[in-house]
Design a protein around this ligand. Structure first.
Ligand code: AVI
Length: 288
């Protein structure tokens, strides 16, 4: 039997995962999905405006150029599901193209209520927006259960969010999505291509420090929601490219030896100077 961290069952999922990630013997970790509270969501929206971070705009360009062509594959009626909708701005092109032939239902799926609210106010003029506040797979299950008999489903998974999964989990996740769909439905997947190391590093360590704030906000969130006592200035943002795994990694590096107590996660964590918490992987892809 493998050793399990000794965590009381009554902890919230967030507290449980924080405990499990910070109690690890080797590399400490925190799951990147906890970046997206209201502050993190707003910071990510700002990241997507930065000249150094071209990913969101690249998605928009591709969708602008090909929305009509994509829409032509789908006879009406169509429902659009979007995993991790964000504010839905890039989805407008697709919804507009589909709505020229009939009404469209749009299910944005996101854990961030703020992002869903933004989505609804941005896109209600082009589609019937039905926000689904849930994790991706739970959201797909819920949205698919609302499908009308003839309706085809177009699932959007854009912005290279798939890159935030471990490589082994990516295929499994896509299989899970497919299992919830049926023949005639489709998935449109957006992935970020590998670029020069210097360009990718700038995209994840921008000179304004927005990405640094996005990363460090995870500790601030633990302080706010779980009664942590992280001294925010004692951790530095670090972005590195892992060439063999073809991924950008974000870490939070402890500036000194220190101990942090997190009340709701019932844990005291010791950090050595220079030790890091690994907070995110953004895998990059080749066209093939
Ligand atoms: C949401 N996700 C695809 C972004 C990425 O590029 O991995 C999150 C992000 N992390 C740092 N900057 C943006």
């Amino acid at each position: 039997m493998s050793a399990q961290p000794c965590v009381p069952l009554a902890l919230s999922e967030f507290a449980f995962e924080v405990h499990a990630g910070l109690a690890k013997e080797g590399q400490k970790t925190l799951p990147c999905r906890y970046f997206y509270d209201d502050v993190g969501t707003a910071l990510f929206q700002t990241i997507s405006l930065l000249p150094e971070y071209g990913l969101t705009r690249a998605d928009e360009r591709v969708l602008r150029a090909h929305a009509g062509e994509i829409a032509a594959w789908f006879p009406s009626p169509v429902a659009v599901l979007e995993l991790g909708s964000g504010t839905g701005s890039k989805t407008r092109r697709i919804l507009e193209a589909l709505s020229t032939r009939g009404s469209v239902v749009y299910y944005p799926i996101d854990v961030s209520r703020t992002a869903l609210q933004c989505c609804r106010s941005e896109l209600s003029d082009v589609a019937e927006v039905v926000p689904v506040e849930a994790s991706y797979l739970e959201g797909v299950t819920r949205a698919v259960s609302l499908r009308k008999t003839q309706e085809r489903i177009l699932t959007l998974f854009l912005g290279s969010t798939i890159g935030n999964f471990e490589r082994a989990e990516m295929v499994q996740f896509l299989q899970e999505v497919r299992a919830r769909l049926r023949p005639g439905d489709a998935l449109l997947l957006g992935t970020d291509l590998e670029k020069s190391e210097s360009r990718m590093t700038l995209a994840y360590d921008d000179p304004l420090g927005v990405t640094a704030a996005f990363n460090v906000n995870l500790l601030a969130r633990i302080n706010r929601e779980l009664g942590g006592d992280f001294v925010i200035g004692e951790f530095a943002h670090q972005a590195r490219y892992n060439r063999s795994e073809r991924r950008m990694e974000m870490h939070l590096r402890s500036r000194r030896d220190q101990e942090v107590f997190i009340r709701a996660a019932e844990i005291a964590v010791r950090f050595r100077r220079g030790e890091t918490i690994w907070t995110e992987s953004s895998h990059k892809f080749e066209l093939s």
